[in-house]
Design a protein around this ligand. Sequence first.
Ligand SMILES: Cc1cc2nc3c(=O)[nH]c(=O)nc-3n(C[C@H](O)[C@H](O)[C@H](O)COP(=O)(O)OP(=O)(O)OC[C@H]3O[C@@H](n4cnc5c(N)ncnc54)[C@H](O)[C@@H]3O)c2cc1C
Length: 467
Amino acid sequence: MSDRAPPSLPPSFLEALRRHLPADRLLTEPGDCWSYGYDNSRRQAPPGGVAFPESHDEVVAIVRLCNEHRVPLTPRGRGTGTTGATVPDQGGLVLSTELMNRIVEVRPADRYLVAQPGVLNAAVQEAAGAVGFFWPPDPTSAAFATVGGNLAYNSAGPRAVKYGTPRDNVLGLAAVTGAGQSLRTGVFTSKGVVGYDLTRLLIGSEGTLAIITEATLKLTPRPEAKRTLQAVYRDIESASEAVAAIMAQPVIPCALEFIDQRAIEMIRAHAETDLPRDAGALLMIEVDGPAASLEAAVESVRRAAANAGLLRLHAAADEAEVAALWATRKALSPALRQVAPKKINEDVVVPVSRIPDLIRGLERLSREHDITIVNFGHAGNGNIHVNLLFDPDAPGEGERADRCLDAVFDLVLSLRGTLSGEHGIGLVKRAFVVREIDPVTLELMRRIKREFDPNGILNPGKTLPGV
Ligand SMILES: Cc1cc2nc3c(=O)[nH]c(=O)nc-3n(C[C@H](O)[C@H](O)[C@H](O)COP(=O)(O)OP(=O)(O)OC[C@H]3O[C@@H](n4cnc5c(N)ncnc54)[C@H](O)[C@@H]3O)c2cc1C
C-alpha cells in the first residue's frame, strides 16, 4: 500500500479533459479517487484523476490527451484482478469502464453477442442465457468482473477445460491503441484468416497495448443436461492418474477440479464434511451434453476415474446434492483465510501428466522452506492454485515465503509449465517473466508494445519487464 499523496494532473491537461467529459464523469478529489487505486492484490496507489467515458470516441479523446501531455493511463474494470495490473502506481489517470456497460446486440443465429467492456460477466451470461446460450469464460468473480477485465487477463474458470478461455471465445474487438488510433480486429463470422490475429494479441495484454471498447463474444449453446461427480482418492498419485485417464478418453468434462490433502485437512478443520478419514486428494468432475447421451458420457468418465486408489465416487442425484458436493470445494477459501494472516495465491500451470511431479515438488519445497502450501485448482488444464500461507509479522517468515515462491516458479518451469494460467502478471509477477520468455521473444514483445503505445502511457510498468 502506498501512502504518498496522489500526484496531481497537469492543469492544462485537466482543462482539456473537461472539454471532453462533463464534470460528473471526471473525479479529481483525492478522496474520490482513492478507491480507484487498488485491486484484489491489495496494493494501492492513488491516481491523479478518474475518467468515466461512455463511448469509443470519448476513449479516443482521453487517450490522445494523455499522449499529448504524457500522462500515464490505466484502464480499469472493477478492480477484482489479483496481480496489481490495474493499480496506477505511476499516478496519472484511471479510465474506468463502469459506464460503458451496454450489451449492444445478441445474435443467436450467428452465435455472437456484442458488449461494451464494462458489462459484467454475469450480465453477459444472463443476456446469452435468455436465448439459450452462454459465454464460456466463468471466473468465480463473474458477478462483479467486467468483460474488459476478463479479456485483458484472459480470465477463466472450471469450464475452460472443455470450452476454453477468452482467447477461444472472442471473435473480434474494437479498441483504441496507446497512440489514440481506433482499430477493429477479428471478424463477425465463425471462420476468418485475413491478416495477423490481433484479437488474441490484445486478449491477455493487461491493458498495455490498447483499450478494448467493444467485444464480439462467441456464444455456445447451453447444454441440455449436466451431472456432477465427486471422486475421493487415497493419494495424489491416484488422483493424478485419474485426471490423465479422464483427459485421455473422448468425453471432455466441463469441470475437472482438484483439491490436495492439505486442503482437505483444512476443510475438515474448518467446515462440516463427511470425507473419508484417509482421503488424500479429491476431484470434482462435471459432465454436460445432450440429455439422451449423458448417461453414457458419465459412464465413460466414471470408468476413467476408477483406479486402485479410488476410495469413493459419488454422483449427485439432484440439485441439492450438487450444491452439497460443491460446498466442500467452496469451504476452502474461508478456511484458508482462517489458517494464516497472509497467503500468496499463485495460479501456475503444468502439463496434466506432470501434476504429480508438481505436487510432490511443492511438498518438498514446503518442508525445505518451512512454509505451509495448500493446492487446489483446475486439474483438467493442469492449472493449480498454489497457496503459500504465512504470517508476515513472524520473524523471517515473509522472507522464507519469498524464497519458497522463487523456487516454486523454477519448479513449474522445469516441468514445462507456465507462471500464470489466468491471473496474469501485472505488477506482482513482472520480475519473473524473464525466466519464462526468452530474450528474443521478449524483445519482439517490447517492440510490439512500442508500436501500439509509442509514448509508453498505457498501463506503464505492468506485465513486460524492461519497458
Ligand atoms: C473473489 C474473486 C474470485 C476470482 N476468481 C477468478 C477466477 O475464477 N478466475 C480468474 O481468472 N480470475 C479470478 N479472479 C480475478 C479477477 O476477477 C479477474 O481477473 C477478472 O477478469 C478481472 O476483471 P475486472 O473487471 O475486475 O478487471 P480489473 O481488475 O479492473 O482489470 C484487470 C486488467 O484488465 C485491464 N482492463 C480492464 N478493462 C480493460 C479494457 N476495457 N481494455 C483494456 N484493458 C482493460 C486492466 O488494466 C488490468 O490490467 C477473482 C477475483 C476475485 C476477487
